[in-house]
Design a protein around this ligand. Structure first.
Ligand code: HEM
Ligand SMILES: *[C@@H]1O[C@H](CO)[C@@H](O)[C@H](O)[C@H]1NC(C)=O
Ligand SMILES: *[C@@H]1O[C@H](CO)[C@@H](O)[C@H](O)[C@H]1NC(C)=O
Ligand SMILES: CC(=O)N[C@H]1CO[C@H](CO)[C@@H](O)[C@@H]1O
Length: 485
C-alpha cells in the first residue's frame, strides 16, 4: 500500500517535472492551454490562422504555446524573420523535416545529406534545364486541355474549377517530371492523380496523428498504390524532363537507400512538386472570374503579348513581360499560400524583435513563423487585407511594386508563399511559368461562372500550415474551346 502511494507520488512528480515550465524574464510569453500535455493542439488543428490571431491579440508578436507535449515558439514579426531564416547553426530545418518525412511518407534516410539533394534540384529545375522543362510542360498542358475540351465542340461543358485545375496541372506536371519524353513505363497519370487526391485529403490528419481507423486504412492503401505507381520512374537513364529522377535515385543509392526507400522518397517529391501548383491556379482563376476588372486586365495583357510574339508557347518563357499577371498571381498567393516555416532549436538562441526587445529560444523547442498572419494578412501592411486587388503589386507606372512598410520600416519579406532562404522553393520559377501558361490557355477558351453572382468558396481551415490552401467546396464554371483555334 505504502509502496503504491509512493509510486503514485513519483509518477505525479515526474509528470509535473516533465511538463512544468516557468517563465524566466527573457522567455517569450508562455501559454500552455487548459488541457494537460495536449495543450492547444485541438484549436491549432481546427483553424491555425484563427488560433494564432487570438494568441497574437493576447500576447503580441512572439509567444510560446504547448502543442501535443511540444513547446512551439511562434514568431509573427516579419522584421525579425531573418533571425530564424538565416541561422542554420542553432536552428535546424532538417531535424524538423525528418519527423514529417517519417510520419507522412514513412521515409527514413539515415545518411541523407540535404545539401546534395538541394544542389541536384537546383541543377535540374533552374537555368538551362528550366528552359527544357518549359517546353515539355507546355506540350502536355495543351494536349490535356485539348482532350478535356475538344476544339469545335458546340456545347458548354460544366465543370468544378478546383477539380479541373488541380487535375490538369497535376497530370501535366506528373508527365513532365516523372514521365519524360520517351519513357514508356510511366503509370497512367489519371490513376496517379486519383490516388494522390485520396492521400492529399488525409495528409493533414496524418501529420497531426488524428486519423480515424477507416481513414488510416484509406491512407495506407493510397500510399501503397502510389509507391507502386512511382516505382518504375527513373530506373533507366534518360535525358529530357525526367532526367532528374535518375540522378536523384543515384544520389539516394550512394547514401545507402534501398529500392523501397527510393520509391518512398519519390512520393515525397511528387508531393513537393505537384501539391501546390493546381490549388494556386484554381484560386487565381477563381479570383479573376469573380473580379471582372481584374479578368479583363489580365486578358488584355495576354492579348498584347500574343500579338507581339510568334507562338503561344513563347509566352512561357517571356519572363518579366507580364506585370499585370504577375501582380494578380502574387496577390492570389498572398491570400492563399499559408505554409509554416518551422525549425528545431538545437542551441539556445536570442531573437531580436523590431522594437529592439530580445527573447531567448530554448534548446529542444520549435520555432515557427506563419507569414500568412503577418506580413500577408497584416492590415498595417495591406489595406483591407481580406480583399483581392489584382493591382496591389503594381506601381502607378505599371512596374512591379516591391516596397511595403510596417512600423515605418521597409519590409524585406512582404509575402512568403515560397518560403525563404536556403530552404525556399527551388521550383518557384517553373511553377510561375506553368501557372502563367495554364491561365493563358484556359482564358483563351470561353469560360464563365455558371452563376454570375457566385462568390469564391470558403477556405478549408484545416490546411493552414501545409502550403497552398484549398477551398471548402468548389466553384462551378462552364467552358468551351473557341472555334477559331
Ligand atoms: C505554387 C506553387 C508552389 C508553391 C507555393 C511552393 C512552395 C514551397 C515552399 C513554401 C517550400 C519550402 C518549404 C519549407 O521551407 O519548409 C517549397 C519547397 C520545395 N519546392 Fe515548392 N512550391 C511550389 C511549386 C513547386 C514546383 C512546381 C516544384 C518543382 C518543380 C517545387 C519544388 C520544391 C522542392 C523540391 C522543395 C524542397 C526544397 C528543400 O527541400 O529545401 N515546388 N515549395
Ligand atoms: C511506347 O509504347 C507504344 C505502345 O504502347 C509504342 O507504339 C511506342 O513505339 C513506344 N515508344 C517508345 C519510345 O518505346
Ligand atoms: C478539408 O481538408 C481536409 C484535409 O485535407 C479534408 O479531409 C476535408 O475533407 C476537407 N473538408 C472539406 C469540407 O472540403
Ligand atoms: C528559355 C526557354 O524558355 N526555352 C524554351 C521554352 O520552350 C520552348 C518550346 O515551347 C523552347 O523553344 C524554348 O527554347
Amino acid at each position: 500500500m505504502i509502496f503504491t502511494v509512493f509510486l503514485l507520488v513519483q509518477v505525479v512528480l515526474l509528470y509535473f517535472l516533465a511538463t512544468h515550465r516557468s517563465r524566466s524574464e527573457r522567455d517569450p510569453p508562455l501559454d500552455k492551454g487548459a488541457i494537460p500535455w495536449l495543450g492547444h493542439a485541438i484549436e491549432f488543428g481546427k483553424d491555425a490562422a484563427k488560433f494564432l490571431n487570438r494568441m497574437k491579440q493576447k500576447h503580441g508578436d512572439i509567444f510560446t504555446v504547448r502543442v501535443v507535449g511540444r513547446y512551439v515558439t511562434v514568431l509573427l514579426d516579419p522584421h525579425a524573420y531573418d533571425c530564424v531564416i538565416k541561422d542554420s547553426d542553432s536552428l535546424d530545418f532538417q531535424r524538423y523535416a525528418d519527423v514529417l518525412m517519417e510520419r507522412i511518407f514513412m521515409l527514413r534516410l539515415p545518411h541523407h545529406q540535404p545539401t546534395h539533394t538541394k544542389a541536384l534540384m537546383k541543377r535540374h529545375f533552374l537555368g538551362m534545364n528550366l528552359a527544357a522543362l518549359n517546353g515539355t510542360m507546355s506540350r502536355h498542358l495543351e494536349a490535356l486541355l485539348k482532350a478535356e475540351m475538344p476544339p469545335n465542340q458546340k456545347y458548354w461543358k460544366q465543370t468544378e474549377l478546383f477539380d479541373f485545375s488541380y487535375g490538369v496541372l497535376f497530370k501535366a506536371g506528373y508527365l513532365t517530371l516523372f514521365g519524360g519524353e520517351q519513357n514508356n513505363n510511366s503509370a497512367d497519370p489519371a490513376s496517379v492523380y486519383d490516388e494522390y487526391r485520396k492521400f492529399d485529403n488525409l495528409l493533414t490528419k496524418v501529420a497531426r496523428r488524428s486519423l480515424k481507423p477507416e481513414e488510416r486504412r484509406t491512407v495506407q492503401s493510397a500510399r501503397h498504390r502510389l509507391w507502386e505507381l512511382l516505382a518504375p520512374a527513373g530506373q533507366t537513364e534518360e535525358s529530357g524532363s525526367n532526367a532528374w529522377i535518375y540522378a536523384y535515385r543515384r544520389l539516394l543509392q550512394r547514401e545507402g537507400a534501398d529500392e523501397e526507400m527510393q520509391k518512398r522518397a519519390l512520393l515525397l517529391q511528387l508531393w513537393a512538386t505537384q501539391g501546390n501548383v493546381g490549388p494556386a491556379a484554381f484560386w487565381l482563376l477563381g479570383f479573376l472570374l469573380t473580379n471582372p476588372e481584374a479578368l479583363s486586365a489580365v486578358r488584355s495583357e495576354f492579348k498584347q503579348i500574343s500579338q507581339m510574339e510568334t507562338t503561344d508557347a513563347s509566352l512561357l518563357h517571356s519572363r518579366g513581360n507580364t506585370p499585370v499577371f504577375d501582380s494578380a498571381l502574387e496577390e492570389t498567393l498572398r491570400l492563399t499560400a499559408a505554409p509554416f516555416i518551422t525549425r528545431e532549436v538545437v542551441q539556445e538562441k536570442t531573437i531580436q524583435m523590431a522594437n529592439g526587445q530580445e527573447y531567448q529560444l530554448r534548446k529542444g523547442d520549435r520555432v515557427c513563423l506563419f507569414p500568412f498572419t503577418s506580413p500577408q494578412m497584416d492590415p498595417e501592411i495591406y489595406t483591407e487585407p481580406q480583399k483581392f486587388q489584382f493591382d496591389r503589386f503594381l506601381n502607378k507606372d505599371g512596374s512591379a511594386k516591391r516596397d511595403f512598410y510596417k512600423g515605418g520600416r521597409r519590409l524585406k519579406y512582404y509575402t512568403m508563399p515560397w518560403g525563404a532562404g536556403t530552404n525556399g522553393c527551388v521550383g518557384k520559377q517553373f511553377a510561375i511559368n506553368t501557372i502563367r501558361q495554364f491561365v493563358y490557355l484556359v482564358l483563351d477558351m470561353d469560360l464563365e461562372l455558371c452563376d454570375i453572382n457566385a462568390h469564391m468558396p470558403e477556405i478549408n481551415t484545416s490546411r493552414y500550415g501545409f502550403g497552398m490552401l484549398q477551398p471548402k467546396g468548389d466553384l462551378l464554371v462552364r467552358m468551351k474551346a473557341r472555334k477559331t483555334h
